[in-house]
Structure formats: structure tokens, C-alpha cells
Design a binder for this molecule. Structure first.
Ligand code: ADP
Ligand code: MG
Length: 320
């Protein structure tokens, strides 16, 4: 007997709610009902992963499940929100139970880390596509906007840049050497910076997650804020895995500046709050690096290793 739509929902997606205070009604009715904790606003984001566009067709199902949730958690991180619940719209070419079990395992592995409840969704037949909508909470007006950067702010990024893009290019070359595994893992299992985002709400003026590439995403902050930035090439954090990957320095820089899928945070901090950032730094589980500053003149300038200032155009991923 082929598995039905309702079996799929019951077996692979229905789990006991962990946020019993907040999730009033979960999977099984026409819609879910959630209750924001007293004194919080609701933050909502949605992101789709399409097979062949956002992940290679041969990606492991557990990685697809993990990443679909991770990219949404990253949007919560970029807002400084506390994630709480998500919904899942799944389009599947067929009802493959092994695939579904692995996909669901990957997704719930990450959901459990943040005590997130899957509260509803939709299951349809079609080309493989995963849409997750996520919800969370912020204290009133304590979210991290793109539009808050000011002249004089310092620009920071978390973690290291370029790893995921380098990992993708290795996969496309069908290279799977062990030494490249950390880069490929970063592509398939991004680490959303949820704790960092929450801690930045009282420190940063502006924040974005780097999904399309540093130049593209910092560019969004700059345009939204009506400012520019100068960043130093020598300051851009590169992992040892990427340094030792065999790419030439120009290709490494290209990945770090313009490569997508790292899901690090890029944020700006006013000089008056640098002290606060320093004390925060010691409590953080991820490195943060100052890469430049916000300027009055619009546009993005890169100070090269030799000290020349060059204007750079955003080159991140765009669908159309
Ligand atoms: P409706 O016909 O009202 O749209 P569905 O038959 O699509 O309801 O879904 C039945 C219930 O299962 C709903 O509560 C819906 O939110 C939930 N659901 C459907 N697909 C999924 C999924 N992939 N993940 C989680 N919940 C789902
Ligand atoms: Mg439905």
C-alpha cells in the first residue's frame, strides 16, 4: 500500500509540542494557533529551497531538511529574534519513506536544539521544493533592522566567509577529498548565529545574515541606511580549511567577498557601544571580526592588501 498524505504528516512531521505555553493548536486543524508571550512582538520569515537551484539534486535528504530550517533560523538571527515555531510546505515528486525519514531527522535535529515546534504545513506532489516559514519573538522594537547603520559605525562579521561557496565549487568539480569536507559541511549544514543575533539587539545598529554574499548583503544594509562602507581585504576572516584548500588567493578572496550560503551575520556597531561589544565577545561561542567602517559617501570601497582603495560592485547570487 502506498503511503498516503495523512500518513506522511502523522509519521514524519507530527511531534509532541515542546512550547506548550505558546503553541495553542498545532498540526491537525485547518490552521495553527500561537500565543506570543506577554510583552513580545512576533517576527516572521519564510525561505524556500528548490532542488537544483538551492541545493544539488544529489544532496542527502537529512542535509536538505537541516538546511531548510537553518536558513530560516538565520533570518531570525539577523533580526535578533527568539525562534519559536515553524511551518513546512513540502512539494515531493513521490512519497519515498526512506527519503522522508532522513529529511525529517535532519530537520528535527536542528529544531530540537532550539526547542522549535513544527505547527503545520502543506504536503503536495511536484518537483522537490521545501518552504519553511518561521516565527519568533522580540521585545517591542528590539529587533535588528537593515536600515540602522550610521556614519562612523564599525562593520563586523561573525565566523569566516567563503567556505560554503568554495565547498559548492568543489562539489561541482566532483572533488570530495577529506581536506575539503569542512567546506562542504558548511554548505550543507550552516550554523545559524541565533544566540549572537539575540545578544546584538542592544549593541548593533544594523544587521543582516550573509546568504547571498558579503558584498550583496552588506550592500543591502548600505542602501537601506543611505550610507557607504570601507572594508579592509586583510581583515576578512578566512578559515584555515579555505586557506589550505588549494584555491589561489584571488579565488579565495572572490569566494569570501561574493560567495553565498555562509549564513554568518554582518552588523554595524556605533563607537559608543564598542565597549559593550568587547564584553559580549568574551561570552560568545563564535568569533567576530571588525572588517571596516561605515562612511558618509554611498558605495562599497575595498582597501586592498597593498593599501589601494577600490570601488566594488555587489555580485551576490540573484535569481532573476
Ligand atoms: P487543509 O486541507 O486544511 O489544508 P491539510 O490536509 O493540507 O489541511 O493538512 C492537514 C494538517 O496537517 C494541517 O494541520 C496542516 O497544517 C498539517 N500539515 C500538512 N502538511 C504538513 C507538513 N508537511 N508538515 C507539517 N504539518 C503539515
Ligand atoms: Mg493543505
Amino acid at each position: 500500500m502506498p503511503i498516503t498524505e495523512f500518513d506522511i504528516i502523522a509519521r514524519f512531521f507530527t511531534r509532541k509540542a515542546t512550547r506548550t505555553q505558546e503553541v495553542v493548536l498545532s498540526i491537525g486543524d485547518d490552521a495553527a494557533v500561537v500565543r506570543s508571550p506577554a510583552g513580545y512582538d512576533t517576527v516572521i520569515a519564510i525561505d524556500t529551497l528548490n532542488a537544483g537551484i538551492h541545493f544539488p539534486h544529489d544532496t542527502a535528504p537529512a542535509d536538505i531538511g537541516y538546511k531548510a530550517l537553518a536558513v530560516n533560523l538565520s533570518d531570525m538571527a539577523a533580526m535578533g529574534a527568539i525562534p519559536a515555531w515553524f511551518t513546512l510546505a513540502l512539494s515531493l515528486p513521490d512519497a519515498d519513506e526512506t527519503w522522508l525519514a532522513q529529511f525529517s531527522d535532519g530537520m528535527f535535529t536542528l529544531a530540537n536544539q532550539y526547542q522549535l515546534d513544527l505547527i503545520g504545513g502543506d504536503t503536495t506532489r511536484g518537483p522537490l521544493s521545501v518552504t519553511i516559514q518561521i516565527g519568533g519573538w522580540v521585545k517591542p522594537d528590539q529587533y535588528l533592522p537593515r536600515a540602522g547603520a550610521h556614519f562612523g559605525d564599525r562593520v563586523y562579521v561573525s565566523g569566516t566567509l567563503g567556505d560554503a561557496a568554495a565547498g559548492l565549487s568543489f562539489l561541482q568539480q566532483h572533488r570530495h577529498d577529506n581536506i575539503l569536507q569542512p567546506l562542504i559541511t558548511r554548505l550543507h549544514r550552516p550554523m545559524p548565529r541565533v544566540e549572537l543575533g539575540q545578544k546584538l539587539v542592544t549593541v548593533a545598529n544594523a544587521c543582516i545574515d550573509i546568504s547571498d554574499g558579503l558584498t550583496a548583503d552588506l550592500g543591502h544594509i548600505l542602501r537601506a541606511s543611505g550610507v557607504g562602507a570601507r572594508i579592509r581585504q586583510s581583515a576578512i576572516p578566512i578559515s584555515s580549511a579555505l586557506r589550505e584548500s588549494g584555491f589561489d588567493p584571488a579565488a579565495i578572496l572572490q569566494h569570501a567577498l561574493h560567495g553565498g550560503d555562509d549564513y554568518e551575520l554582518c552588523f554595524t556597531v556605533p563607537t559608543a557601544k564598542l565597549q559593550q561589544l568587547e564584553s559580549l565577545r568574551n561570552k560568545l561561542d563564535c568569533p567576530i571580526t571588525e572588517i571596516g567602517e561605515i562612511t558618509q559617501t554611498p558605495g562599497l570601497q575595498l582597501v586592498s592588501a597593498s593599501g589601494d582603495e577600490i570601488s566594488i560592485m555587489p555580485q551576490g547570487f540573484q535569481h532573476f
